[in-house]
Write a protein of this length. Structure first.
Length: 254
């Protein structure tokens, strides 16, 4: 019973860490908590590490839903400003920030692993994992720190829109009015092309090695395309385009 209460508190802390004080899918939280409690009744079958892994798996989907609810309005805002497709912003945010739970996001409000330069006073060194010649390695890198989560989304959108390495994606940045007139199939096709070019020049897709000569190298992960597209399709992020509420949403992201 004590552990079930502890897990409920942990779920609440995740909400607080994301700032999700509004638009929380309460039904999803109750359902997830009930399942966790049921699993805890079988705790004699699990070690502590196995129990924690189970907890992580059960809550992964919930954390993603909370993240989408929290930042979908911001993603739509970025499309209005820079024509960046919301599905790209949200999917990358979920993957790069671990649904808002990574240390880099919690302490630096950096959702996208945006790196800084030497001498940057507002930057900080963090450990990260990168693929070098197809091998995952742990290394230290300098990352930017932001005052608000909205600032992180703004920097990400500017980088994709104006960055020298991303000029080959300019044709895929579409205004919201045009985006909402497209069919789901048309949207997915465009997202597919963008994600393919965001990864490294050599990728692994469906077990096959795929060379992408014009890959931007945003990520070094050989499986970046598969991971991002899985998030987009599972959560139907291609449907995020609707008119956002009239209030100034970014003010609530401080």
């Amino acid at each position: 019973m004590k552990k079930s209460i502890a897990l409920i508190i942990l779920v609440f802390l995740i909400l607080v860490s994301l700032g999700a004080t509004k638009e929380i899918p309460i039904a999803a939280i109750i359902t997830s908590t009930a399942k966790l409690t049921a699993e805890l009744k079988k705790k004699e079958k699990y070690t502590k590490s196995q129990l924690w892994k189970l907890h992580e798996e059960k809550n992964d989907s919930l954390r993603r839903l909370l993240y989408i609810e929290r930042f979908k309005e911001t993603a739509v805002d970025m499309q209005e400003r820079f024509n960046i497709i919301p599905a790209i912003s949200i999917a990358q945010g979920i993957l790069e920030s671990r649904s808002g739970g990574s240390k880099l996001t919690l302490y630096a409000k950096n959702h996208f692993g945006i790196k800084g330069r030497k001498g940057c006073k507002s930057c900080k060194s963090w450990n990260t994992e990168e693929y070098r010649k197809g091998i995952k390695k742990s290394e230290s890198a300098i990352f930017r720190r932001f005052n608000t989560h909205w600032d992180s989304y703004l920097a990400h959108s500017k980088m994709l829109r104006e960055g020298r390495n991303f000029q080959n994606l300019k044709a895929y940045w579409i205004p919201r009015d045009e985006w909402q007139r497209m069919s789901p199939i048309e949207r997915i096709a465009i997202i597919d092309k963008i994600v393919l070019h965001l990864g490294p020049k050599s990728q692994r897709i469906l077990g096959q090695k795929i060379d992408v000569p014009r890959g931007c190298g945003y990520a070094t992960d050989l499986y970046y395309y598969t991971k991002i597209m899985d998030i987009v399709l599972k959560h139907k992020l291609y449907e995020i385009w609707r008119v956002r509420e009239t209030h100034s949403f970014h003010r609530s992201l401080s």
